[in-house]
Design a protein around this ligand. Sequence first.
Ligand code: AMP
Length: 505
Amino acid sequence: MTRDRSDKLLDIAKRRGFFWQASAIHGAIAGFYDYAHLGAALKRKWENEWRNYFLSLDDNYYEIAVSQIMPEEVFRASGHLESFTDPIIQCKQCKTIHRADHVISDKLDGHFEGISLEKMNELIKKHKLVCDKCGGDLAEVGILNMMFPLEIGTGKLRRTGYLSPETAQGAYINFKYEFEALRRKLPLGLAIIGKAFRNEISPRNLLIRMREFTQAELQIFFDPDTITEHPDFESVKDYKLRMFPAKNREANRIDDMTCQEVVDRLGIPRFYAYHLAVIQKFYLEHLGLPREKFRYKELHGDEKAFYNKYHWDIELYLPSVGGFTEVAGCHYRTDHDLGGHQKVSGQSMEVNMEGKKFVPHVQELSFGVDRNILALFELALEQEKERVVMRFPRKVSPFDAGLFPLVNKDGLPERTRNIQAALKKAGFQVFYDASGSIGRRYRRIDEVGIACGITVDHQTLEDDTVTLRDRDSMKQIRVKVEELPKVMDDFLNGKGLEHLGVVIK
Ligand code: AMP
């Protein structure tokens, strides 16, 4: 049903240089993708926006960089060893192993992630579901741990480890050291942008379900007695959130609710509601994605991890995946994580704040970077009457500007190279192109979503001005070369062309 759209997206991504399957010349393995030159630029920019936005929420939030291979004990403490499993089912005939809940959700309406093995067996029998590869009968549902195991070192010193299935553990196992190093203040935020590895049974939907992917997560450690407050709650209390509570599922209705209403009507603590607001603002105000493509989905009790007291997913509307799709999550994880590491390591995770001793609780803001990149890619793509254009938010466009000499003579290429050097020095990513008609060159940058085009023409040699063309409106203004860095900075931060110069008719 959505296969066509997803194939089309992959085709465009490949042709233009955004992403493609990894190791393809040797036969790709499902669930691994490489970012090509434009995709890598888009990803780096998204990550930088994420980093700058979320780390600036509090002076006591920092980024750390951690090992991606961790010893088994970490995952005994986190619970992954025991319960990071997926339900699987094997075809008796062709022996293909499927994810059991996907076998069901592919054929029946409803949400089946997290339902019991018994219930799955019952549904598969009742609806006579069969292998979608060969039509064979299916065996009983079993479980498989999704972590990739590793043997580290040799001989006596050999230890079992795992590729980390989420970045979060890196923050938990470093909490105590950071708390001391940062002079014992709460809340303390530790952010990690890093890889996660999961042996998914059925990777699918391009960058949505991968076996190696990138997460951007902020773990906020705080005193649970302060959960009913947030010092900045006043600034968001009237801000309207797009809420899709579990009780609205049947009616498929999204409610616009202010943060204050979320607190009063849904019983959500202010500390958590504040974070819902800042995440939504990141998507809608900072990146400028359309409001109607965003929602918070509340998970049912049996869908969320038992330790998540509050769990709302951030979903974006992606037709290639069949509709609203999880791209991030906002989780109140209580003291589950530090408590687990304390128990298994035997090291105290308690803090002592003015005589009060407690294990801090964790508010987690967890983003799947690749899912967000796919979302940007899909939401940006537009087929207009006379052109194909990728309307990426300007801030994360793979290049800030295309730079063109109008003709390849009269000193224009030299002057353009000059300007290119100055813009690069000022920190902009610019893409020089001198081949083909100017119209063709504009189309080329529109197709890969470069935010604007700057053209150097004969007038530049006379008055030192260039034209700046906005990718989205295709309108142009004339800008003094010396003012370009400032104008581009304003433009990339969302200022309309009409506020930056006189629009040329
Ligand atoms: P989780 O730890 O499962 O809550 O995942 C946190 C975030 O990582 C999710 O909101 C997704 O955006 C992303 N994510 C989870 N699993 C995958 C996967 N297999 N491929 C790509 N992204 C994923």
